[in-house]
Design a binder for this molecule. Structure first.
Ligand code: GDP
Ligand code: MG
Length: 807
């Protein structure tokens, strides 16, 4: 039997975990280990993926992946208890979500003092208590701290607290994608780095590798390990590995407000003893305990107080097979680890797990490698579990003991119960997708028709007023006509028209940040996964695509939340196919000139054409550029939370800043170039009629390319070129170059107008979008997008034009 065979509400004990390599390790690290008990909470409305509860938290798992996990069903009575959501009866240890074997063996609730167990791994723990300490660094040393923790544990919230920075916080796993540095407020010589969330020190995605390498290579003076107290079993899994890193560690137990609010508690002193490192309860969101945390962090960094314990295997557990294995391997590789500058205990575990990157660093000779393999194989035989599972099991085992001894969990937290209720509707079988459509429609309606539009008009008024004022001032001062023209018709028109989109972008992000911070987007990803998987993406890609209908710029920026580089690239390349709102004026212009009264039909057709082309292109990408599978969709589903106003405002400010930066760099330059080309002829004389300008010449050169589409007129070509600046300017250029709407109708046939619409829909995104693509993917990709989109658009328009001609 596999996990896939379970029905919603049923529980089972995991027997074996299939798969191989990093993927399997990832499953193990997420807590899917032999012996653990899992409950299927529900299936997504489309039947795939499933939501699973394990170790007291919820995660998503695709059915194909679930199929690799073999299980033994549990009897009905226990099932009932788990399915009702009472996963953690107060004080009864790890409970249904926990680790059954740990529970069974641990009848004494772990209160037995651990026998002193001096071994190699421990000798590295420096600095016992009561010793006279001297600072390990000179006075002016800059202390570096790394903020390490699971995704969604509150790292960024804490980072913002500590540094006063405005990093984006979100209730969506994977919000922090690259590292950010800052100085702790009031502690001048400190540097703290916010890292992407990781679940273990076995990197699974490239972002996770960033975090691991930071700890291994840059050797921060201390690690601040942020642990979500409401989800402590899973979070401590990473802690166990950080304690092996031979770096000073402070454990920040975050979200204590939620835990204590539900009458849970943690025996901090006991936990400190069991983990051998300082534990500080905090609430980053409420700013409680943060000062205390800083004090501890600075202290361990200053005196380089390393964790006192690394040895979490035990002689008694399962005959001590793993214990003997780890310690023998430690002895065997000690010289190599020292040479490779790797923490010994960490290296030993990685050698046993067979981590290729670490093995390469350690550079064993053939005999050594064979010997290590033999030791490990013997352990597997004695332990009855494979190497990776044995190590994961050892960690969860010890975590079980720590939690039994120190943590009183609430029966069911209010937040969790509330989330369950909300989820019944928002991810319900029949309600999920209709509600999603409604929510998105509402967001778009509010953004583009109500709030955003209103703000945009207001903003437009402001810009115009400013332009007028400048106009008058310059006229009064007798400024040269050319400069006057550049500023008013070039810069104010160009930059101003782009700037007027600022309110829409900010409003859009306001709503999206509400959705994301509340935890809803994580659910959308959950139930859209099945559809997106067909085109080679995972559920997480849905968000950027949706934003793409508004504007490609924020859509591309939002791909940062995607955990896999492959998915991120592919998503970025697909977002331009979602017809953005700036193209609406073009559609409206041609509909009224050529197809009056059929606007609705044509607009819908164009949007659909964009989506269908996007899907076809996605299939193409899947077969060529982006072969391989989308990353397995193992994602935590966090509880719903009320979005914090602070972080929402911060996000809006960040986006506004980004946008302004762009408007006054790339767009400003491009505007000036276009203005220049439109205003001068080849001998740099100011032209009266733009038909004599360089732009007209260039457009004349390009015109033959467009002739097969029926778009050979230089003015139409100019309009399309200026659309590269901003799609709206296609219409404004046409309006300038043709005196009346009838003028366009005179040079274009209806078939050509149709081709024009299709070409406008599909051809290169505007400069702003290309600039953001360049920022995310680099210049080559951005240039590629420009060319590639033009080719696709040309082909589509050509096919349409030819077909229309035949008919
Ligand atoms: P990261 O992924 O680790 O960077 O986590 P974030 O900082 O983005 O926070 C994840 C979620 O947890 C956000 O919705 C925060 O508002 C919330 N959060 C962070 N700290 C606390 C806390 O101390 N208490 C509560 N109740 N929520 C918190
Ligand atoms: Mg973060």
């Amino acid at each position: 039997m596999t996990l896939r065979d379970l029905k919603a509400g049923e529980s089972a004990r995991i027997d074996t975990v299939g798969g191989e390599g990093a993927l399997r390790q990832h499953f193990l690290d997420m807590g899917l280990i032999p012996g653990a008990e899992a409950t299927v909470v529900k299936f997504a409305p489309l039947g795939d993926p499933m939501e699973l509860r394990i170790h007291g938290y919820e995660l998503t798992l695709r059915l194909d992946d679930a199929d690799r996990i073999e299980i033994t069903g549990l009897d009905k009575s226990r099932e009932g208890a788990s399915a009702s959501g009472a996963e953690l009866p107060a004080g009864s240890g790890t409970g249904a979500g926990g680790h059954t074997r740990a529970g069974a063996e641990n009848a004494g609730r772990g209160r037995r003092p651990r026998a002193p167990h001096p071994a190699l791994g421990e000798s590295y723990a420096a600095g016992g208590k009561g010793k006279e300490r001297t600072p390990a660094f000179p006075e002016d040393h800059i202390y570096s701290f790394a903020l390490v923790g699971n995704q969604n544990s509150g790292k960024t919230t804490l980072f913002n607290r500590l540094t006063g920075a405005n990093q984006h916080v979100g209730n969506f796993p994977g919000v922090t994608v690259d590292r950010k540095d800052g100085v702790i407020i009031g502690q001048k010589n400190t540097l703290i780095t916010d890292l992407p969330g990781i679940y273990s020190m076995s990197p699974y995605s490239s972002e996770e590798l960033v975090s691991r390498n930071f700890v291994l290579d840059e050797k921060p003076d201390a690690i601040i390990n942020i642990v979500d107290a409401t989800n402590i079993e899973r979070n401590l899994y990473l802690t166990m590995q950080l304690l092996e890193m031979e770096r000073p560690v402070v454990i920040a137990l975050n979200m204590m407000d939620e835990l204590t609010g539900n009458h849970g508690s943690v025996d901090i002193n006991r936990m400190e003893k069991m983990l051998g490192a300082p534990v500080v309860p905090i609430s980053a969101a409420k700013n409680q305990g943060v000062d205390e945390l800083i004090k501890h962090a600075v202290n361990v960094a200053k005196y380089q107080i390393k964790p006192e314990k690394q040895d979490f295997c035990s002689e008694e557990d399962h005959g001590g097979a793993l214990h003997r294995c780890i310690h023998s391997v430690s002895y065997l590789i000690e010289d190599h680890a020292k040479r490779a500058d790797l923490p010994l205990r960490f290296a030993a575990c990685k050698v046993i797990e067979g981590d290729q990157r670490i093995l390469a660093k350690l550079a064993f000779e053939e005999n050594e490698a064979a010997m290590l393999e033999n030791v490990t194989a013997q352990m597997e035989a004695e332990r009855g579990l494979d190497r990776s599972a044995a190590i994961a099991d050892m960690r969860f085992d010890y975590i079980g003991k720590v939690c039994d001894a120190c943590v009183t969990k609430p029966a069911e937290s209010r937040e969790h119960a509330r989330s369950g209720k909300i989820d019944r509707i928002l991810t319900g079988k029949y309600t999920a997708i209709p509600i999603f459509v409604l929510v998105m429609a509402l967001v778009f309606y509010l953004t583009f028709n109500v709030i955003g539009l209103w703000l945009q008009d207001l903003f437009d008024l402001g810009i115009h007023a400013l332009a007028d004022l400048t106009d008058h001032a310059m006229t009064a001062a007798g400024i040269s006509r050319v400069l006057h023209d550049l500023i008013i018709n070039g810069i104010f028109e160009g930059v101003g028209s782009v700037l007027s989109f600022l309110p829409i972008v900010v409003t859009m992000f306001f709503f999206l940040s509400l959705l994301e911070d509340s935890g809803y987007i994580a659910r959308v990803a959950f139930f859209m996964d099945k559809l997106l998987r067909r085109i080679g993406l995972s559920g997480r890609s849905i968000v950027p695509m949706l934003i793409g209908f508004g504007c490609t710029v924020p859509a591309v920026m939002s791909t940062r939340t995607l955990p896999s580089e492959r998915d991120r690239r592919m998503t970025i390349l697909l977002t331009p196919f979602m017809s953005c709102t700036a193209k609406l004026p073009i559609y409206a212009f041609f509909v009224s000139a050529f197809f009056p009264g059929r606007g609705g039909l044509i607009m819908t057709g164009l949007y659909l054409l964009g989506i269908i082309t996007g899907i076809l292109i996605a299939f193409l990408y899947k077969k060529t550029l982006f072969q391989g599978e989308a990353v397995p969709f193992v994602m935590e589903l966090p509880n719903y939370r009320l979005p914090s106003p602070r972080s929402t405002v911060q996000l809006m400010w960040e986006k506004a800043k980004d946008f302004l930066h762009k408007a006054f760099s790339v767009i400003l330059i491009a505007t000036i170039v276009v203005w220049f080309l439109q205003s001068f002829d080849i001998r740099f004389h100011l032209v009266q009629n733009s038909a004599d300008s360089m732009m007209a010449m260039i457009a004349g050169v390009i015109a033959p390319v467009f002739a097969p589409l029926g778009l050979g007129d230089w003015r139409v070509c100019t309009a399309l070129i200026s659309g590269f600046m901003a799609k709206e300017s296609v219409v404004s250029t046409l309006e300038v170059l043709f005196d009346a709407e009838g003028g366009v109708a005179a040079v274009l046939s209806p078939a050509a107008a149709g081709a024009m619409l299709i070409f406008s829909l599909l051809y290169t995104p505007c400069v702003a979008a290309i600039a953001s693509i360049r920022r995310e993917l680099g210049g080559k990709w951005a240039a590629g997008v420009v060319l590639w989109q033009c080719v696709i658009a040309w082909i589509a328009a050509f096919v349409f034009h030819a077909a229309a001609g035949l008919l």
